[in-house]
Design a protein around this ligand. Structure first.
Ligand SMILES: NC(=O)c1ccc[n+]([C@@H]2O[C@H](COP(=O)([O-])OP(=O)(O)OC[C@H]3O[C@@H](n4cnc5c(N)ncnc54)[C@H](OP(=O)(O)O)[C@@H]3O)[C@@H](O)[C@H]2O)c1
Length: 273
């Protein structure tokens, strides 16, 4: 089986390492950075340097593939529109000329917007608030509507990503001892890299289609997580200034029931501090 990873960064690389273990998968990975080619050649049979707007390049990469993972994120100085939407539109055109049977796209739970902390699932309407959120919403729509009659499209809406080299302590240590706006009661909605890889492989193997949220079971608030990180790593505690409103741009508790009902078992249902 031929698999392509468009955008082989933190998530794409981890997925490539997993797929490399399966002797039956031939991996093609893309990067925009020529200096990354050597590194990626350790985890993919073929590495291609391309921008998501490169129609001929994408047609050539996607030709003969069975499954494609789209996992791009903007590099410094790049816009959401160029990175997500333009790449999705170009991928759609290239897929229409291919025999690909499955597309998996890593989206984000932040699309739900401010739901005042209530529990949301995949049926809940998204409420993008910023221009970038609207672009991410449009990116999902392009992939879902343009390709629905052609192949299985699986959208995984990820929570905040942590894992090896992106440990919670690295993410939160810079705010240790500081005062944060709000009370920290918003649901934090994290997902471990191992589960992102696990769910992407599950989606590939079982040909999942439609939208699936991917967060862990921990259901902790930002304050609970920051308190635990500071306690476990012996860092000064964070205090909260309730006279200011929170700077968090989305506030919803995310249900992960749909992907669990499909049969996916979380590797890290609780958070690793
Ligand atoms: N970070 C989070 O907490 C979070 C939360 C929810 C969802 N997500 C989503 O999770 C996915 C994976 O994130 P990640 O952390 O693995 O991102 P990452 O490490 O930044 O990797 C992104 C990849 O996309 C490539 N890329 C950037 N611009 C491109 C373009 N215009 N055309 C083609 N490729 C391009 C990059 O190329 P180079 O190799 O040249 O750098 C890189 O390989 C993303 O879709 C992101 O939106 C992230």
């Amino acid at each position: 089986m031929n698999v392509a990873i468009i955008g082989c960064g933190y998530v794409g690389t981890a997925v490539a390492k997993c797929w490399q273990q399966k002797m039956t998968l031939m991996i093609t990975a893309t990067t925009t950075t020529p200096e990354r080619v050597l590194e990626l050649q350790n985890i993919a049979q073929k590495v291609v340097v391309l921008q998501g707007s490169d129609r001929n390049g994408l047609e050539s990469v996607l030709h003969g593939q069975d499954c494609v993972l789209l996992s791009v994120a903007p590099n410094r100085g790049s816009s959401y529109k160029d990175t997500y939407l333009q790449t999705a539109e170009t991928v759609v055109e290239a897929i229409k000329k291919s025999s690909i049977k499955q597309l998996i796209y890593t989206s984000t739970c932040s699309l739900y917007g401010d739901k005042k902390g209530v529990l949301v699932d995949e049926e809940t309407p998204t409420e993008p608030e910023s221009e970038n959120q609207r672009i991410l919403n449009q990116t999902e729509q392009v992939l879902l509507t343009e390709l629905k009659d052609k192949l299985h499209v699986c959208i995984l809406r990820l929570g905040g990503i942590y894992g090896v080299n992106r440990e919670l302590v690295k993410i939160y240590s810079r705010i240790a001892g500081k005062t944060r706006p709000g009370d920290g009661s918003e649901a934090a909605n994290w997902i471990h890299l191992d589960d992102i890889v696990g769910a992407i492989e599950f989606a590939r193997h079982y040909h999942l289609q439609g939208i699936y949220n991917l967060v862990d079971d921990a259901n902790l608030s930002s304050r609970e997580i920051i308190d635990s990180v500071c306690e476990v790593h012996n860092l000064p505690r964070v205090t909260w200034d309730t006279s200011q409103s929170s700077d968090r741009y989305y506030n919803a508790r995310i249900s992960n029931q749909k992907i669990k009902d499909a049969g996916y078992k979380l590797i890290h249902p609780q958070m690793l501090f």
